[in-house]
Design a protein around this ligand. Structure first.
Ligand code: IMP
Ligand code: MG
Length: 181
């Protein structure tokens, strides 16, 4: 491949690392019991990996799980239907669970995941969202831990994709559109 398309940086590596460490400290302060961190795939994989290491540094010993949900297909606007592509394997009974996702937008994905885990008997279900886009909320859900409030742009990088591209970027950015400064 020759060259890379221009991506404008929104949150760089350093500021992301600072926020991820702060979120880990917030989670530790809540003194979770038998903590299970569930990464909602695919977009959260990089955030979840960094958060796991930050939780270790904060003195925690979380177990990690992976829940692959799909609500989007190839579109960039939510279809509203959530399906489980790959379920977690761990028993959540009487455990404090933290769901980790890249972006809380309509909230449908995380509402679905939180209800599913709660029904299985978790002691608590909390949500850690790297980015919050509150103006697009459709479901009744708020994040307990938030990295950044996100401007109303389609963002990529640090795990997040546009048609499967850009997940590898170490920063969060956006593809500039006409009219962007
Ligand atoms: P929702 O909260 O159910 O609408 O789902 C949010 C999910 O949509 C996120 O976890 C992402 O996978 C995807 N998504 C929403 N906005 C963006 C974006 O700006 N860039 C990349 N993915 C996005
Ligand atoms: Mg996602």
């Amino acid at each position: 491949m020759t060259g890379q398309p221009e991506i404008r940086v929104l949150f760089d590596e350093e500021i992301i690392a600072t926020r991820v460490n702060a979120i880990a400290e917030e989670i530790a302060k809540d003194e979770p019991k038998d903590l299970l961190v569930v990464a909602v795939l695919k977009g959260s994989f990089m955030f979840a990996a960094d958060l796991a290491r930050a939780l270790h540094t904060a003195g925690m010993a979380p177990e990690m799980e992976f829940l692959h949900l799909s609500s989007y297909g190839r579109e960039t606007v939510s279809s509203g239907t959530v399906t489980v592509l790959r379920d977690i394997e761990s028993d959540v009974t009487d455990r404090d669970v933290v769901l980790v996702d890249d972006i809380l937008e309509s909230g449908r994905t995380l509402r679905f995941a939180a209800d599913m885990i709660a029904k299985r008997g978790a002691r608590s279900v909390r949500v850690a969202a790297l980015l919050d886009k509150p103006e697009h909320r459709k479901a009744d859900i708020t994040a307990d831990y938030v990295g950044f409030e996100c401007p109303d742009k389609f963002v990529v990088g640090y795990g997040m994709d546009m048609a499967h591209a850009f997940r590898q970027l170490p920063f969060i950015g956006y593809v500039p559109q006409e009219g962007d400064a």
